[in-house]
Design a protein around this ligand. Sequence first.
Ligand SMILES: Cc1cc2nc3c(=O)[nH]c(=O)nc-3n(C[C@H](O)[C@H](O)[C@H](O)COP(=O)(O)OP(=O)(O)OC[C@H]3O[C@@H](n4cnc5c(N)ncnc54)[C@H](O)[C@@H]3O)c2cc1C
Length: 386
Amino acid sequence: MDLTFSEREEAFRREARAWLTANVPKERLPSGDTREGFARHLEWERKLFDARWAVVAWPEKYGGRGASLMEWLIFEEEYWRADAPNRVTQNGVFLLAPTLFAWGTEEQKDRLLPDIASARHLWAQGWSEPNAGSDLAAVKSHAERVPGGFRLYGQKTWCTRGAFCDAIFGPFRTDPQAARHKGLTYFLVPLRAEGVTVRGNARLDGDEGFAEVFLDGVFVPDRDVLGKVNEGWQVAMSTTSSERGLSLRSPGRFLATASRLVDLYRRSRASADPTLKDRLARAWIDAEAYRWFTFQAATRMSEGKPLGPEASLSKIFWSEMDIALHETALALLGARAELEEAAPDAVDHGAWMKGYQFALAGPIYAGTNEIQKNVVAERILGLPRE
Ligand SMILES: Cc1cc2nc3c(=O)[nH]c(=O)nc-3n(C[C@H](O)[C@H](O)[C@H](O)COP(=O)(O)OP(=O)(O)OC[C@H]3O[C@@H](n4cnc5c(N)ncnc54)[C@H](O)[C@@H]3O)c2cc1C
């Protein structure tokens, strides 16, 4: 592994930094998991797209810059360093789009990718159901063949930002007789269509971050099947590898949090406590370790090697680290940690408590950490299967 950046990469970093410094909104946007905040975030994401920074690693014809994986990681570092808004398009950009690149027809890619990149068509992930979370192959929502396409029935739940989106992507049962993994098809389903009811619901922090989606005979044309009919499991696994792999939570996010934590420590009255100093050092070292682990994985991938089950190691590591980073901040803040954004004495707009509440979800979404530990045990350590 080469530990230096090339001149091209350094130039790319300078260009990204200059643009972000000049353009990141100066005022803090409302949470992207509220209706108002979502709309404000979209304005930002469209500006990002117009300057060709929305999807840097995509081919130019879809609005990208054809950047390498390493350059994308560099862009992410600069993005979070600049304290730019969370990407509310992340499910389309980081989960559906890589799946389209892998499985989509040319027609699907040409039709769908530009609108994902420019935040004009907004996607939520429609996977989980009331009785199918970790066990995705247990999905019961199903599709029936009709002329020109399918009619879909069932219920999806925990769709992040689903109340504000235009469509969901996910697996539906198309062959009830086949073995669990074999009778699924991956559909792209419109949310503003006859037969769909979307019900937003609140998260722990009160934001309407989730939606339940009820489907009662909604029509999906053949052109919105991704991959082959009854082969949706393979397509879903490709989305999963993006979710656990590099794209959902890049190191830049945690490097920025660790650096803000160091800043908080310097401002904090609790800084005399030596145990907090240790936790601070640990947090910073962990963020750096994740960075180098990711560069190593990116180097392997750019040599054409697959990411493989190591993605599960990453997922466990970043989700636990995120909680530790925020817990350290709360310990530094003491009782002031509980002051919410509007409180006059709130430190950093109450962002540490809000960040902590979201960090608690990290071990659950993108495949729970218990499931990831099963993968590590069986596929990396070679322990016997359950
Ligand atoms: C913030 C957040 C955002 C989310 N966004 C979305 C979204 O956009 N779209 C979507 O479809 N879903 C989303 N989800 C749902 C998420 O994917 C599920 O919560 C997750 O897959 C777990 O499923 P479950 O909640 O049904 O729990 P279950 O699968 O019922 O698991 C319950 C517990 O049992 C453990 N467990 C289950 N099976 C095993 C096993 N084989 N071995 C060991 N332990 C096991 C789990 O680890 C967990 O602790 C989101 C969740 C959160 C928290």
